[in-house]
Design a protein around this ligand. Structure first.
Ligand code: C2E
Ligand code: MG
Ligand code: MG
Length: 685
């Protein structure tokens, strides 16, 4: 569109210059002709007057001739030579009334008789007493020069009365040609001079104006468009959306779509920013390919695009969005890389009630957010419940961010008990977070949020530091188990973090266990395996948590070298519903795990029945409310002491949910923290 306008402007300028030059040339031609006529006229008049003066002065006895009209001998001689003087090639003589007396062409110079020789022009000159001159084209007349002047010159007496009229025919052909050449040369040099004097500055002015206009257009374009994709910017789209809302037909289904590239950072990091830019252009063209003339597309910055779509139905809006998303997924080759990417979309259909542009954009953004939460590469339609969920989610995000910043998380510790001895072998560290009203938020709720907003590594590192520091205060034989998120393996720094925490806390690596879930095995297995191997190499052990809720692949377990398998609570709960079936499954899991050299922990033991079944199946460790709920750090001492006293007062089981904890004879008071914190140890079986 811009290129067309520029061509059009240039055409106008060129046409203007050509027209100007045409007008200039025409006026030069007219001007030269006029000037030539004027100059020739003056020349002819001078010549005619000079000749008339010469003739009158040379002709003897003029008054007699005027009176008689007859030439004598001497006069005849003068007349004969006079016709050859100067450029006059013909002449006539009239009396004071305008009657022709003689004519140089006539065979005989004689006075003609009668009034029919009264010359009208001569008569007019006689009456007005003014000279007359006319330039004539003689090219079509016989025996005449191509250009000649016919001049009537009145000759006066001393008293001012008209004496005679002399008519001369002056050949002006050569003079006119001379004047024409001279004036043309003058006009050309003048024209060139003027062209230089005025044309160059005019041209410069025109070019400057054109440049200024182009700069203005560019500035206007940049103010309303994204320079990289040439799409509108957010502000311009909002303006157009406002107009669109005001003018749309009542039955039109108008939608605002937010489209965001999934994991765009990954594309940039993997292929470089230039390839990233190419991908964004690919997204832009994929979107515009499905737009209609009154749809608008903007790049809202970064990897986010906003589209307004006017369609007949909601279905056709969604179909268009799906088509755009499919087109984006087409791989492209940029900077030598084959790049595949995808987008998520949030769609808000504007209802018939008046919606503000801000609300429409906000709602589409909420829907986009939902599609990201729902696993990306998908489109979601805005609903009011979505808004409520989104608000809660944003509050939760804020809570997690603030807790990470202020270190206001807490760690609780849940006992892990040996099945045969019922000794407390250690504790699992469990993260706790309270909302602003002091109500606990379950980790199953806030941990995925921390993972999604990229804070889990920071939080997880804090858990590792805090839990190892706390565990170092416990009796030497007790271990701590720490949960890890898959995302903590992403940076590749996990092993180093664990090692540093062990060194800083002075906790023996053998007293640390790390729990991971099955989802880990589905992610980048090579890097995960390397890091798990590194952690195992310096003496910590690894446990598979929540076994049975994912793929339950024992092959993977063996491959990754897990030391322990924690059977998910759901299997233990299942014992209550269908004991036989659940027991068979549990039997299989325990047997297979043992065959693979792993210990087995049963999670969620709440009843003695569950405990006795799993004991019969040779399960190794128990974790559950039956033996203790997760406790704050400060309650651990009391918990252990209480159980120890229970043993002392009532050696047989009872009184405390986990059964007796026995003191082990000969367990030394080793470790430098023990005396400060714990009077007794609780041996591992
Ligand atoms: P998990 O690792 O399987 O932890 C055991 C969960 O089961 C804990 O829930 C615990 O309170 C609960 N539990 C234990 N015994 C019983 C029982 O007898 N009955 C019932 N109903 N529940 C029992 P919690 O603390 O809510 O933690 C939930 C999950 O959050 C954990 O499951 C773990 O996957 C995750 N999590 C907790 N802390 C952390 C952490 O520091 N980092 C990571 N990445 N995840 C954590
Ligand atoms: Mg766990
Ligand atoms: Mg678990």
């Amino acid at each position: 569109m811009t290129a067309n306008r520029q061509t059009f402007n240039l055409t106008k300028i060129v046409a203007g210059i050509v027209l100007g030059m045409g007008v200039l040339a025409a006026s030069v031609v007219l001007g030269v002709n006029y000037a030539v006529d004027q100059a020739v006229g003056i020349d002819a008049r001078t010549k005619a007057e000079d000749w008339a003066k010469y003739f009158i002065n040379t002709l003897p006895d003029l008054d007699r001739l005027l009176a008689t009209g007859k030439l004598d001998e001497r006069q005849n001689a003068v007349v004969a030579t006079a016709a050859k003087v100067g450029n006059v090639f013909r002449f006539k003589l009239y009396d004071a009334a305008g009657n022709e007396l003689l004519e140089s062409d006539a065979a005989k110079f004689d006075r003609n008789a009668g009034n029919d020789h009264l010359d009208n022009e001569a008569k007019e000159v006689a009456e007005t007493k003014l000279a007359r001159i006319a330039l004539n084209d003689g090219s079509k007349e016989r025996n005449m020069p191509p250009l000649y002047a016919e001049a009537y010159v009145p000759v006066f007496k001393a008293n001012g009365a008209l004496r005679t009229i002399v008519e001369t025919y002056v050949d002006e052909t050569r003079v006119a040609s001379f004047f024409k050449t001279t004036f043309q040369a003058l006009a050309i040099s003048l024209g060139l001079g003027m062209a230089l004097a005025f044309g160059a500055p005019t041209l410069a002015f025109l070019l400057r104006t054109k440049q200024a206009r182009e700069v203005k257009q560019r500035v206007e374009f940049l103010a309303s468009h994204d320079p990289m994709t040439s799409l509108l910017n957010r502000r311009s789209l909002a303006e157009r959306l406002l107009q669109r809302i005001a003018t749309r037909p009542a039955d039109n289904c108008l939608a605002v779509v937010f489209l965001d590239v999934d994991d765009f950072k990954l594309i940039n990091d993997s292929y470089g920013h230039e390839a990233g830019d190419e991908f964004l252009k690919h997204v832009a063209s994929s979107i515009t390919a499905f737009c209609q003339p009154d749809d608008f597309v903007a790049r809202a910055g970064g990897d986010e695009f906003i589209i307004t779509l006017g369609r007949d139905t909601e279905d056709s809006v969604m179909a268009t969005v799906e088509a755009m998303m499919t087109a984006v997924r087409e791989p492209l080759t940029a900077r030598g890389h084959r790049i595949s990417g995808q987008v998520s979309a949030g769609v808000h259909i504007l209802g018939n009630t008046v919606t503000s542009v801000e609300d429409a954009l906000h709602n589409a953004d909420v829907a986009l957010y939902q599609s990201k939460l729902d696993g990306k590469n998908t489109a979601r339609l805005f609903s009011d419940e979505m808004e409520v969920r989104m608000r809660a989610r944003r509050e939760l995000e804020l809570l997690v961010r603030e807790a990470a910043r202020d270190r206001s998380f807490e760690l609780y510790y849940q006992p892990l008990v040996d099945v045969r001895s019922r000794y407390c072998l250690g504790f699992e560290a469990l993260l706790r977070l309270k909302n602003k009203d002091g109500v606990p938020v379950p980790p199953t709720v806030f941990i995925p949020v921390a993972e999604q907003i990229g804070l889990i590594e920071e939080i997880g590192n804090w858990v590792i530091e805090e839990a190892t520091r706390t565990a170092a205060l416990w009796p030497d034989a007790m271990y701590v188990s720490i949960n890890l998120s898959v995302k903590q393996f992403a940076s590749g720094r996990l092993a180093a973090t664990v090692r540093a925490a062990l060194e800083n806390s002075d906790l023996a690596p053998g007293r640390l266990e790390l729990e991971v879930t099955e989802s880990l095995l589905m992610e980048n297995t090579a890097t995960v395996a390397r890091q798990l191997a590194a952690i195992k190499a310096f003496g910590a052990s690894i446990a598979m948590d929540d076994f049975g809720t994912g793929y339950s692949s024992l092959g993977y377990l063996w491959q990754f070298g897990f030391d322990k398998l924690k059977i998910d609570r759901s299997f233990i709960t299942a014992l209550t519903a269908d004991e036989n079936k659940a027991r068979d499954i549990l039997d299989t899991i325990v047997t297979l795990a043992h065959r693979l050299g792993m210990k087995v922990t049963a999670e969620g033991i709440e009843t003695d029945r569950q405990a006795s079944i799993l004991e019969a199946l040779s399960c190794d460790q128990f974790q559950g409310y039956l033996y203790g709920k997760p406790l704050p750090m400060g309650d651990i001492g009391a918990y252990l002491l209480q159980r120890f006293h229970a043993v002392a007062i009532a050696p047989v089981s009872g009184g405390f949910p986990g059964g007796p904890l026995r003191r082990t004879p000969g367990s030394g008071l080793r470790g430098r923290h023990r005396l400060r914190a714990w009077p007794f140890t609780f041996p591992v079986s």
